[in-house]
Design a protein around this ligand. Structure first.
Ligand code: B12
Length: 212
């Protein structure tokens, strides 16, 4: 098995130490950062994303894989910087005001990072004003909103309104998700996309990034 395959496999198995040592070996062998990133680390995460979507693996598997991916990325970072690899897009992500659920949001974050996006994670309980400020500051391509409570999902609509009121709505795509959120709700509040799971959120984000 090649080093890149070993990296991909170790990410899928969530073995952080192994991932780091295979990345380090690949660097020593002179493999480019983009090869290690795309055909090793991200390959592993996208394969796991498909398995997650098909219910072949579960949330804990994705979380340990995400940790392995993050560790591998840390090891690769100096080489990435020296090769000047740019992310394919920027996403501002957060769980809306009044809502403290972040497991789903963190999975979405990892899938986005795993697919080459830079993610600015605002955390949980994030007000519309904070989203607006983060959009002004970071100029993302996409704003991704998570809500897990029927009482907080309306905040997603408030954020769309606040972006419009601040003249920012045309500059970003708004993606919404979370257990109570539906495509119909997404349409009702004027968001651009709804995804039921983290793997689909990354697929949609990639489509937005290609068409920006
Ligand atoms: C874990 C959990 C908690 C934990 C949260 C810990 C944490 N760090 O997140 C704790 C214990 C803190 C908690 C608290 C509460 N919870 Co709670 N919680 C849950 C539980 C069991 C699991 C949620 C979860 O993490 N699922 C796993 C993740 C992976 O799934 P997910 O979040 O849906 O995310 C996926 C998709 O929705 C999507 N997605 C998510 N976000 C986004 C964003 C974008 C942009 C996109 C595209 C996609 C996307 O992708 C994700 C991955 O595939 C659910 C029940 C359930 N089965 O859903 C209740 C649940 C959500 N909680 C509920 C309630 C009522 C509460 C409390 C009000 C309880 C209380 N009385 O205190 C508080 C509220 C606190 C607050 N203000 O937020 C209710 C909500 C009911 C409702 N209809 O509103 C639920 C449904 C339980 C129930 N059946 O009653 N909770």
């Amino acid at each position: 098995m090649s080093n890149l395959q070993l990296i991909s496999e170790s990410v899928q198995k969530g073995r952080a130490k192994e991932t780091v040592s295979y990345v380090s070996e690949a660097i020593k062998e002179g493999t480019s950062a983009s090869d290690i990133l795309n055909n090793g680390l991200l390959d592993g995460m996208s394969k796991l994303g498909i398995k997650f979507k098909n219910n072949e693996v579960y949330v804990p598997d994705v979380l340990v894989a995400a940790r392995a991916l993050t560790k591998g990325l840390e090891e690769l970072k100096p080489l990435m910087i020296s090769e000047d690899i740019k992310p394919i897009g920027k996403v501002v992500l957060g769980t809306v005001k009044g809502d403290l659920h972040d497991i789903g949001k963190n999975l979405v974050k990892m899938m986005l990072i795993g697919n080459g996006f830079e993610v600015i994670d605002l955390g949980v309980d994030v007000s519309a004003e904070s989203f607006v400020n983060a959009v002004k500051k970071n100029e993302p391509d996409i704003v991704a909103l998570s809500a897990l409570l029927t009482t907080t999902m309306s905040q997603q609509g408030e954020i769309v309104k606040a972006l419009t009121a601040n003249g920012l709505r045309e500059k970003v795509k708004v993606m919404v998700g979370g257990a109570p959120v539906t495509q119909a709700f997404c349409d009702e509040i004027g968001a651009d996309a709804y995804a039921a799971d983290a793997a689909t959120s990354a697929e949609i984000a990639k489509i937005f990034a290609i068409h920006k």
